[in-house]
Write a protein that binds this ligand. Structure first.
Ligand SMILES: [Fe+2]
Length: 273
């Protein structure tokens, strides 16, 4: 019997209404083009550039997203707390202190008899909050889901590239893929680690790139120059779709192909010869 391969898409941090509208506009095309069976999307900045909201969640789900992951900004919109408690299509990092509401991982049914896929959301600690250890948390979650889910995708929401790479190696062969989020800059290091785990340090940002990681440039520059807080305002222009497509082997759960999506490409000109 020919080996069965299927595709999963991971969308990098969706920022504000421009990002949400970009997902709405393009995701169904990507689902068709790449025969995507399951879509994960980091949405911690979907609500006007900071936090999540039920409206944003509903728009992402209506656009074809199956699971929305989060990060340090998930907590920014207090009105979303009830949904975090009750809606299993939205995750927050698992390694926040025990007792925090919401859930950090979920197991979901794939179509076509492919079985179950687990999604685990973790957060790094380097240059971030000193929360629980993401490595040991991953060990604990794998014990919970391994029997049920052959496919496990990890969203490692972290600032430091080294911390994400370390987690990739730590989980190589134990999960299908480790994809980083949070920096809003897509990295070109997508690869398959030796034991079959797909890896990319950052899936990038689906949102306005005429900005400083999604924020209006003047506000961001003023923050840097004056070293004081300035009101955060989401940018609007030059919106790109950013993500990763993974091909998974249905028999083993391993990644057999990984490809970055950044659409449309940046204008780069031609190198003079
Ligand atoms: Fe973040």
């Amino acid at each position: 019997m020919a080996e069965k391969i299927f595709n999963v898409m991971f969308i990098g941090d969706v920022v504000g209404t421009p990002g949400l509208n970009m997902v709405e506009l393009w995701l169904k095309n990507f689902i068709r083009k790449f025969s995507i069976e399951f879509v994960i999307c980091n949405g911690e900045n979907a609500h006007h550039g900071k936090g999540m909201s039920l409206e944003a969640l509903n728009q992402l789900v209506a656009s074809g997203v199956n699971v929305v992951t989060g990060g340090n900004h998930t907590w920014s919109n207090f009105n979303f707390f009830e949904s975090l408690k009750t809606n299993n299509q939205v995750l927050r990092p698992q390694n926040y202190p025990k007792g925090t509401y919401g859930r950090g991982y979920g197991v979901y049914r794939l179509p076509g008899g492919l079985g179950d896929i687990a999604v685990l959301n973790l957060q790094g600690r380097t240059f971030m909050y000193p929360i629980d250890c993401p490595f040991r948390t991953a060990d604990w979650v794998l014990k919970q889901v391994r029997e049920q889910a052959r496919f496990i995708i990890v969203d490692m929401h972290a600032e430091a590239t080294a911390e994400k790479i370390a987690l990739g190696w730590y989980l190589d062969g134990r999960v299908s893929a480790v994809i980083g989020t949070h920096t809003h800059v897509q990295t070109a290091d997508e690869r398959i680690l030796p034991k079959g785990t797909g890896y990319c340090s950052d899936a990038g940002m689906t949102g306005p790139h005429a900005s400083v990681i999604g924020m209006q440039t003047k506000t961001a520059v003023d923050r840097m120059i004056y070293q004081t807080p300035h009101k955060y305002e989401c940018a609007v222009d030059d919106v790109h779709f950013s993500g990763i497509v993974l091909s998974l082997d249905a028999a083993t759960g391993r990644t057999v192909a990984i490809r970055r999506i950044f659409y449309p490409e940046f204008e780069r000109g031609e190198i003079a010869e």
